[in-house]
Ligand binder design. Structure first.
Ligand SMILES: [Zn+2]
Length: 524
């Protein structure tokens, strides 16, 4: 049987933003958008224009995407308003995108108990909104909220709601399991009936993971002909999260033989998963299927000896297919292939010197033990490698720095912070001093360093720090904890990340800052 093409719709930046503890800054959103576009996701839902200032800003400065289509999220017109006069709906349609996903209620229970309006009034809202929006944009998707739950109570009403949207011009009907309580066998039964009124190439699904079935439900839907799957990276999302696209895509491609546009980039999926967690300052669980650091880690002696004979003895796929790697927990060789790949990527010659590679592997493992996580900070990794394998001349060396931080009253009697930094550095054996004030200690330190260095390196002017994140690595230690600082920098052409680890947050920041400056000067 010929298998149909499956479109992947990512909602990390919208539904994923509902995760507790996750807050996307504008630059987080832009970076994640870039990396998903690079991966080849078909549709990327950027957010909800008009819902919050970050999303407004995001849609105002839309970049050109190379492979993905950006989608704005919104909802049906308000009850009692016409579509033309609904500012919320029009904000979505005017946001500069050519596709929008508009949510409406497909369950009579929710119409009665949440909207508290008449059942027919809800159907009118769906018909009007979809028909109006379809004349404005190329591609309108109707997000049938609570479809599966609604179907279980009143199938006729739920089916009627999607039929109206389809007839009004919706290009896609997205069936949502909003509460995440549906099981795979129910999905198959319900889809059987849906397909009798909507062609399966127009159907998409959106599952939440409240029973740990979001991936299975998505796969079961595709098996039943559904052509679009929505989800988020790493299963981000409200409560128990959304369908995890990492698992959905890996299974569709590797296990079920479906074609989707991410297929050619599947080897990047481990990196993308880690990158997104790092961007959000989240610890990636080791036991994530496919992409977790333990997904192909073998510890038991018997397992290891068998895997060394043939990895298929204890592995369901070759880890390389998803860009992950095999780890033999007791072996000092584990991680070697990953290191070699990275050195190749950075075009660092190693002249087949096995001992040097193993030394470097030991060094990186030691660094990781100390708290360095290079997955989200490739620039620091590259510098570590260049310092090891190349005669790498530092652009400056530090003799010392001193940072002072005060809180004191100003002339109005209000408390204000005051920060100052002094640095002593060497450039070409000549010593330089400089001092600077700043908004905070890191800002002062950054300014003092630049002041001292800019005479020699005018290019430093182009270096911008665009993001700064601190994570506590030993939470049990409270304020004396080990911290990791991650700095995102840009020179207007590209961005890079560097990290520093220390028990002292200013020291950790300095390490990351030093790498950022060094990387910038090295590359320009
Ligand atoms: Zn959702």
């Amino acid at each position: 049987m010929k298998k149909h093409k499956v479109r992947i719709y990512d909602s990390t930046l919208r539904d994923g933003a509902q995760t507790r503890g996750v807050n996307f800054s504008l630059s987080d959103k832009e970076r994640i958008l870039g990396i998903l576009d690079d991966l080849g996701v078909d549709y990327i839902e950027g957010g909800w224009p008009g819902a919050n200032p970050t999303d407004d800003q995001f849609f105002k400065s839309l970049p050109k995407l190379k492979s993905s289509k950006l989608v704005a999220f919104g909802m049906m017109r308000k009850y009692g308003k016409s579509s033309e006069n609904d500012p919320g709906l029009n904000a979505v349609l005017n946001s500069g995108v050519s596709a929008a996903c508009l949510v409406g209620k497909s369950s009579d229970f929710n119409v009665k108990n949440a909207l508290k309006i008449g059942l027919n009034a809800n159907l009118d809202m769906i018909g009007d909104t979809v028909s109006y929006a379809s004349k404005r944009l190329d591609e309108i998707m109707f997000d049938a909220e609570h479809f599966f739950d609604g179907y279980k109570i009143n199938p006729k009403y739920s089916l009627e709601s999607i039929k109206i949207a389809y007839n009004a011009g919706a290009k896609w009907i997205i069936l949502c399991d909003t509460n995440g309580g549906t099981l795979p066998y129910e999905v198959s039964q319900i889809l059987e009936e849906v397909k009798s009124i909507i062609p399966s190439e127009k159907l998409g699904v959106h599952f939440h993971n409240d029973t740990d079935n979001a991936t299975s439900n998505s796969l079961e839907s595709v098996r039943n002909g559904v052509s679009q799957v929505q989800g988020t990276f790493n299963g981000l999302g409200e409560r128990c999260g959304n369908a995890n696209l990492v698992n959905v895509v890996s299974n569709l491609v590797l296990k079920m033989g479906y074609h989707c546009s991410l297929k050619k980039n599947l080897k990047k999926i481990t990196l993308v998963s880690k990158y997104i967690d790092e961007t959000l300052n989240r610890q990636s669980p080791r036991n994530l299927p496919f992409v977790g650091s333990s997904a192909f880690a073998h510890k038991g002696g018997l397992h290891i000896s068998a895997v060394e004979k043939d990895p298929r003895c204890y592995e369901h796929i070759d880890p390389e297919e998803v860009g992950n790697e095999r780890t033999l927990v007791v072996s000092n060789q584990s991680g070697k292939s990953n290191i070699l790949n990275k050195l190749k990527k950075f075009k660092i010659k190693i002249n087949d010197n096995e001992k040097e590679v193993l030394d470097f592997l030991k060094l990186t493992k030691n660094q990781e033990f100390l708290g360095y996580a290079y997955d989200g900070a490739e620039a620091s990794f590259e510098l570590l490698a260049r310092r090891k394998f190349q005669k790498f001349k530092e652009f400056y060396s530090l003799e010392s720095f001193k940072v002072s931080d005060e809180k004191r009253k100003n002339s109005n009697g209000e408390f204000v912070p005051f920060s100052e930094a002094k640095v002593k550095i060497y450039v070409d054996k000549k010593k330089f001093y400089s001092a600077s004030e700043g908004n905070g200690p890191i800002h002062a330190l950054d300014r003092a360093l630049r002041k001292a260095l800019s005479k020699f390196y005018p290019k430093l002017k182009k270096l911008n720090l665009i993001d700064y994140k601190v994570r506590i690595l030993t939470p049990e230690d409270g304020t004396k904890a080990l911290v990791r600082v991650r700095i995102e920098s840009s020179n207007k052409k590209y961005m890079w990340s560097t990290i520093g680890v220390s028990y002292n947050v200013i020291d950790a920041s300095y390490i990351a800052l030093h790498d950022s400056i060094t990387y910038h000067l090295l590359k320009s």
